[in-house]
Design a binder for this molecule. Structure first.
Ligand SMILES: NCC(=O)CCC(=O)O
Ligand SMILES: [Mg+2]
Length: 330
């Protein structure tokens, strides 16, 4: 049977039947806000390549966290933008119990214990060269020594009260090593969000401005550990390894250009699958909107809905607060 018995437009004719047949609904509870933390008090330091995003001192971060709680956003992902003097070759500031990240975690957990906190685990904010790991004389990022550092970093975050440690470094074997260390230390509830399929993407540019690693990274790249943008089967292998090593949730990153990967991961493994709408995606949508070329609210909600449609269970986005407000009709 076909036309005219089947008219696809019948169900689209009115809002009520469009609502009834809608397959996916974006909710505030799908969103994870992303924030950059800096030293100081009363500081809101704009990220020039991400208009509308500020690096926040801890007191300002608390206000943003309060807004997340009020809007029903379940979690906040934290990235530190430490002062230049906190950077070193061995990245040891990363596991200093009193570092910026851990002070922020304790302050947030004291004020908003119900707000989930996701801590970035990678060395790039703390290294003088801007790589995610420790380098040898040739500049190659060394796997095992980096994993040892990431273990120390994860334990320190767990100790500070982080709910999720989120290794974003793409070293081999780090999920298993971190999981074992957490269990041995008694942090049996600390979740691991594995950045499993993290691509060597040019869409991270504005983020590197935000955490202050772009100047240090210079002309360097991360091709020896992040994935080739041309690959898809390889992402499934990465995800499978991380699940087997003890990840509680896996991540695909970036978002919109990689929704084919999200769909394959979700269909293949059926595990909690998160996606990251990265800084470059934010910058594109924001710049076009500021020029009057795109309708910001419409394109942001469309992009986030597309991520859910692709199978994402949760979405990290710099737009989380805006989107949650728009979803409330604001
Ligand atoms: N680990 C975080 C990144 O590498 C970049 C995120 C972004 O571009 O928003
Ligand atoms: Mg891996």
């Amino acid at each position: 049977m076909s036309f005219p018995a089947i008219r696809m437009r019948r169900m689209r004719r009115d809002a009520f039947s469009r609502a009834l047949m809608r397959e996916h609904t974006l909710l505030a509870s799908d969103l994870i806000m992303v924030a950059f933390v800096i030293e100081g008090e009363g500081q809101r330091d704009p990220v020039l390549s991400m208009p509308g995003v500020d690096r926040l001192s801890i007191d300002e971060l608390l206000k943003l966290a309060g807004e997340c709680v009020r809007l029903g956003i379940p979690a906040l992902a934290l990235f530190p933008s430490p002062d230049a003097d906190a950077k070193s070759l061995d990245a040891s500031e990363a596991w200093n119990p009193d570092n910026l990240m851990h002070r922020a975690t304790r302050a947030l957990k004291a004020r908003y214990p119900e707000l989930g906190l996701i801590g970035d685990v990678a060395l790039d904010p703390y290294t003088t060269h801007g790589q995610d790991g420790l380098i040898d004389a040739s500049g190659y990022v060394m796997n095992e020594p980096t994993v040892e550092a990431l273990i120390k970093m994860s334990l320190a975050q767990a100790e500070a009260g982080m709910d999720f440690v989120a290794p974003s470094d793409m070293m081999d074997g780090r999920i298993g090593a971190i999981r074992e260390a957490l269990e041995d230390a008694g942090y049996i509830h600390t979740r691991i969000l594995a950045y499993s399929a993290k691509y060597a993407s040019a869409f991270y540019g504005p983020f590197r401005d935000a955490v202050g690693s772009s100047a240090n990274l210079g002309k360097g790249n991360k091709h020896t550990y992040q994935m080739d943008v041309a690959n898809s089967d390889e992402a499934l292998r990465e995800v499978e390894l991380d699940i087997n090593e003890g990840a509680d949730a896996v991540m695909v990153k970036p978002g919109l250009p990689y929704l084919d990967i999200v769909r394959r991961v979700k269909d293949t493994f059926g595990v909690p699958t998160f996606v990251y709408q990265v800084s470059g995606e934010y910058a594109m949508l924001k710049a076009a909107s500021q020029n009057g070329w795109l309708d910001e609210k419409a394109v942001v909600l469309e992009s986030l809905t597309a991520m859910k449609r692709a199978g994402a269970d949760a979405i990290l986005t710099y737009y989380a607060i805006d989107a949650a407000r728009w979803l409330r009709g604001g």
